[in-house]
Design a protein around this ligand. Structure first.
Ligand SMILES: Nc1nc2c(c(=O)[nH]1)N[C@H]1C(S)=C(S)[C@@H](COP(=O)(O)OP(=O)(O)OC[C@H]3O[C@@H](n4cnc5c(N)ncnc54)[C@H](O)[C@@H]3O)O[C@H]1N2
Ligand code: MOO
Length: 399
């Protein structure tokens, strides 16, 4: 048996991040920068008003109230490069370029709001409500480093520096496919002995949560030739493939039968519960394939422990696992000797610290407990008993 970290290390060592592309801005949302983004110009590009009001010279407000003739309006987007002379005002809107000659902005609330002349009741020092060129970003500065995931704010930053096609690594296209003669699609009627396929939907959603583009396929039955052929066909459209089921010790273990002896996929027992039977390889020498166990909880935990870091790596990110916190266990735990144990649990944060309560149902077929959990307690292989109140490591599940 190999350890969890040995199996993950071997997976990562065989991956190469995807080649960068330059999609249109909105398509880049959620992807990861492959190069830094820099600002070609200062932001803001010009001195401008932070308020709707009047651009004036501070020196003209020494006696109050001051009544000044209004030379005209300066709306945002004004291209006229207006100039104001001493003793005059221009009505100015938020974001409009500061007229030369003006050195301060008086908000409309401090005035009578006049259009031809304005009465100003309050003075202000030079620089009042003026946003200076470059005070957000200096021309030439790196605004986002390589490896940044483009969330909404980051995508806004890319747009704000005028970049229309940012250099990013694409979302990994991940084919997700279940195997098993017993499977039916949700919505179809079941006969005795059949179940609805939940793994492919669950893992397609997990792929999306991890930044990939899921390509869910309909399940395949227990025919190794069919499985091999179907997966070869997927190679044209996939950056990675996930299968579930058919990898343990049964005589109908179809995925194992499809690839055993072929040298492309290696099957291993990994010292963990759930998720012991694992397979990984590169199809055609390039497309990573993860053959996960069929039990739904095993498939989910295997995804979070192995596939999620791998998908991050393909996107050019560090292959880190789920975020972990230390929590006080509300109950005593027992754990199998020699296996890293991932227990489904409810994690709570109160009064500055975490507590965790393990689910009472820990079977690898028990989806109800998984779907209620927001954390996975990780008990190391050499620990078999955890007393009530002890500190444990808990992985936070994506929500
Ligand atoms: N003699 C042994 N038997 C088993 C061992 C073992 O070491 N020796 N390991 C057990 C462990 S641990 C796991 S995990 C499972 C893994 O089995 P497979 O990967 O071969 O998966 P299947 O047998 O195809 O299915 C297992 C279980 O999960 C249900 N399943 C499968 N696919 C789906 C799906 N898409 N949606 C919902 N449920 C699914 C399937 O009906 C089975 O109940 O092997 C143990 N056995
Ligand atoms: O490893 Mo199996 O995944 O324990 O149910």
């Amino acid at each position: 048996m190999r350890t969890v970290s040995e199996h993950l290390a071997e997976i990562i060592s065989r991956l190469t991040p995807l080649d960068p592309v330059r999609p249109p801005l909105l398509e880049a949302a959620g992807t990861v920068l492959a190069e830094p983004v820099t600002a070609p110009v200062d932001l803001p590009p010009f001195d401008n008003s932070a308020m709707d009001g009047y651009a004036v010279r501070a020196a003209d407000l020494e006696t109050l109230p001051a009544v000044l003739p209004v030379m005209g309006d300066v709306p945002a987007g004004d291209l006229g490069r207006p100039v104001i002379e001493p003793g005059r005002a221009a009505r100015i809107m938020t974001g409009a370029p500061l007229p030369s000659g003006a050195d301060t902005v008086i908000p409309v609330e401090w005035t009578d709001g006049g259009a031809r002349t304005v009465r100003i009741d309050r003075s202000a020092p030079a620089g009042n409500y003026i946003r200076r060129a470059g005070e957000d970003v200096r021309a030439g500065a790196t605004v986002l480093p390589s490896g940044t995931r483009l969330g909404a704010a980051q995508l806004g930053m890319v747009a704000a520096v005028g970049c229309s096609h940012p250099p990013v690594r694409p979302r990994p296209r991940v084919v997700v496919l279940s195997t098993g003669d017993e499977l039916r699609d949700p919505g179809d009627a079941l006969e005795y002995g059949q179940i609805w396929d939940s793994n492919s939907f669950m893992l397609a959603a997990a792929v999306r949560e991890a930044g990939g583009e899921p390509l869910r396929r309909s399940f395949l039955g227990d025919d190794p030739n069919l499985v091999r052929e179907a997966l070869k066909e997927e190679l044209a459209s996939a950056d990675a493939i996930i299968t579930t089921g058919g990898v343990s010790m049964g005589v109908y273990d179809v995925v194992k039968a499809a690839f055993s002896g072929g040298g492309e996929v290696d099957f291993h027992k990994v010292a963990m519960r759930p998720g012991k039977p694992q397979g990984f390889g590169l199809l055609d020498g390039r497309c990573p394939i993860f053959t996960l166990p069929g039990n739904p909880v095993s498939a989910y935990v295997s995804f979070q422990v192995f596939v999620r870091p791998a998908l991050r790596y393909l996107q050019g990110l560090e292959p880190e696992g789920l975020p972990a916190v230390t929590a006080r266990s509300e109950s005593a735990l027992t754990s199998p000797d020699g296996l890293e144990h991932y227990l489904r649990a409810e994690l709570t944060f109160a009064d500055g610290s975490y507590t965790v309560r393990p689910a009472s149902a820990q079977g690898s077929h028990q989806m109800a407990a998984l779907s209620e959990a927001n954390g996975l307690i990780v008990v190391p292989p050499d620990v078999t008993e955890v007393p009530e109140g002890a500190s444990v490591r808990v992985l936070k599940l994506p929500s």
